[in-house]
Design a protein. Structure first.
Length: 304
């Protein structure tokens, strides 16, 4: 049976995933959102592979526990930077702290994310999901990029989602002032914007020794969305989670993308875990991507 492009993610999710035995000894990996779920599993697998870690997280207590656990378990070095990515000022402080302390960045994994069922705005006036999932990771990547390029060969991995297939991106209404907010569409919009800038950055990085790819971490149990109301939390915990897989598969897939020698020159691709996959057609619009890049530059004040 030949599946249509729109549904190819279904058979891809059932395929045997790729793994690697390659080591990451001595390499520095920066991971955002690493205290639970996908980010925690990625950090654990990278530490197991010998990598040194910089965890960028919101919660100081949880971060300290993860740091202690990983250092004790894997005898590797783990540093923690506390930052709330719903504030671009904190994104800038986190990037500045990393640039001051670490002369080399081998891998950047943008994993921090949020899903809201209701519209709200950040203090900087951006719709929160678009801000955290796209603008913050965009700004963080751009600020660290000179150091990453100087560290080449290096890799950037954007933790995206099949949620990009929900669409929702409207450059004339990024804050949903004109439309009724829909949680899935708002989440989709943020992931479409992220994908579109991945293609742009991949082009700009050609020949630099730095690759950038996006990946869907699988249908796994995570805490994303648990910031919403009690009914949604109940639905997620008791109806959704039993149907989902252990996020360990996500950690293994991220490790493959970060460490596998055969991935050294692969860039500008979308992976369903480790399976190279075609995204939704609206996430492949390069003209739209150039506009998203320009808007993202302005909204993050990278240029006026």
């Amino acid at each position: 049976m030949k599946w249509p492009d729109e549904l190819i993610f279904i058979p891809n999710s059932l395929m045997e995933q790729k793994t690697t035995s390659a080591r990451m000894d001595g390499r520095l990996c920066v991971i955002t959102g690493a205290t639970s779920g996908v980010g925690y599993q990625a950090a654990n697998r990278l530490a197991e592979g010998g990598a040194n870690l910089v965890l960028v997280c919101r919660n100081a207590n949880k971060s300290a526990k993860v740091k202690s656990e990983l250092e004790s378990k894997h005898q590797t070095k783990v540093s923690v930077i506390i930052a709330d990515f719903s504030h671009l000022s904190e994104v800038r402080k986190a990037a500045a702290a990393i640039l001051e302390e670490f002369p080399k960045i081998d891998v950047l994994i943008n994993n921090a994310g949020i899903h809201n069922t209701r519209r709200n705005l950040t203090v900087e006036g951006h719709e929160t999901v678009f801000h955290v999932n796209h603008l913050a990771s965009y700004l963080f990547t751009r600020l660290l990029l000179p150091r990453i390029q100087a560290s080449a060969p290096a890799r950037i991995i954007q933790i995206n989602s099949q949620g990009h297939r929900f669409g929702g991106l409207d450059l004339n209404d990024l804050n949903w002032d004109k439309r009724n907010y829909h949680g899935l569409k708002g989440y989709g919009a943020s992931k479409v914007a992220q994908l579109l800038t991945v293609w742009e950055l991949a082009d700009k990085l050609k020949g630099s020794g730095v690759t950038i790819n996006a990946m869907h971490p699988g249908a796994v149990r995570t805490n994303i969305g648990m910031n919403n109301n009690l009914l949604y939390q109940w639905y997620q915990r008791f109806l959704l989670w039993p149907l989902l897989k252990d996020p360990k598969i996500s950690g293994e897939a991220i490790y493959y993308l970060a460490a596998a020698p055969e991935m050294a020159e692969v860039s500008g691709r979308f992976f369903n875990l480790t399976i190279d996959e075609k995204p939704a057609v609206h996430a492949l619009d390069r003209d739209l991507g150039k506009r998203v890049w320009e808007i993202s530059e302005k909204l993050t004040s990278l240029y006026q």
